[in-house]
Design a binder for this molecule. Structure first.
Ligand SMILES: [Zn+2]
Length: 284
């Protein structure tokens, strides 16, 4: 049977592998906004396919809220922010997980995003959601998973083995499969997302703040989200989002450094309506 992976392999991988062997590995790309040089030898179609399969698997194990006002808001904000990223081949999706306890959001390659309901009071308003959405979109457009997978490709026994696995010609040993999942950000237990590195978190913050500003949201709200996240840690213990996004003060400084640029972007794109009006409040 011709699986999507097989088609992707034939269309994208074969020519790519041939040109790779002819030209030698040259997988240097630049991250959007920060222009950081990255080493990424995993082609986009492969990452998109992996992300899409993993997303469906994740969502199957979680309760997804559909058609509620909150999920409509999430989709609206998601579309607004991802439009800025200009990635027409990404099949952007935004899921709201019906879980009030978990304060978290995550993203899989190719723009597959999920927010837990527990994070809404910390976001407080549409602008706050715009920042975290921008942060998640940032992980996707800067190909952080592909970069991580590139670093682990040698451990996986080389790229060819990985591609043969994707082509369903060979089974990866269990620990290599775990590494592949970990590169995508999925823990051993499906439904648990692993943290990105500090470098990637910092970059996702910068992209998030610039994108939210370009989408018309006041970028000051980004710093307020982090403050509320910190406050929440004092009340109910460290939220998952904070525990996987370390070094709080450094992050705030990083955002402050980029704030003047973000403000300029916002001034040109300001939305008419008040996006900082409270939509979600904590009960405690
Ligand atoms: Zn992150």
């Amino acid at each position: 049977m011709r699986t999507p992976q097989t088609t992707i392999f034939r269309r994208h991988m074969m020519p790519w592998l041939i040109s790779l062997s002819l030209a030698g590995v040259s997988g240097c790309t630049r991250a959007p906004v920060t222009q950081r040089t990255q080493l990424n030898v995993i082609p986009d179609p492969i990452m998109r396919s992996l992300g899409s399969t993993a997303y469906d698997e994740m969502l199957e194990q979680l309760d997804i809220e559909k058609k509620s006002d909150d999920s409509k808001t999430l989709n609206r904000v998601g579309k607004k922010i991802s439009r800025i990223a200009q990635k027409p081949k990404y099949g952007w999706r935004y899921a709201l997980i019906d879980d009030d306890e978990t304060i978290n959001a995550w993203c899989l390659p190719g723009g597959k995003i999920a927010f837990y309901k527990g994070i809404l009071p910390v976001l407080k308003n549409e602008a706050g959601m715009g920042f975290v959405m921008g942060h998640e979109v940032g992980h996707a457009v800067a190909n952080h998973s592909a970069e991580r997978l590139t670093q682990q490709a040698t451990v996986l026994g080389g790229l060819t083995v990985l591609y043969m696995h994707l082509d369903k010609n060979t089974d990866l040993p269990e620990d290599s499969k775990n590494l592949l999942m970990a590169a995508l950000g999925i823990g051993l237990e499906v439904g648990v997302m692993l943290p990105f590195s500090r470098k990637h978190e910092k970059e996702a913050d910068i992209i998030g703040m610039m994108y939210m500003a370009r989408a018309g949201y006041p970028p000051e709200e980004a710093i307020k989200v982090w403050n509320r996240m910190r406050k929440q840690a004092g009340k109910t213990g460290v939220p998952t989002f904070l525990s996987t996004h370390p070094s709080h003060n450094q992050r705030k400084q990083n955002l402050r450094d980029w704030l003047p640029q973000a403000k300029k972007r916002h001034a040109r794109n300001k939305l008419e309506r008040d996006t900082q009006a409270t939509l979600w409040t904590t009960t405690d």
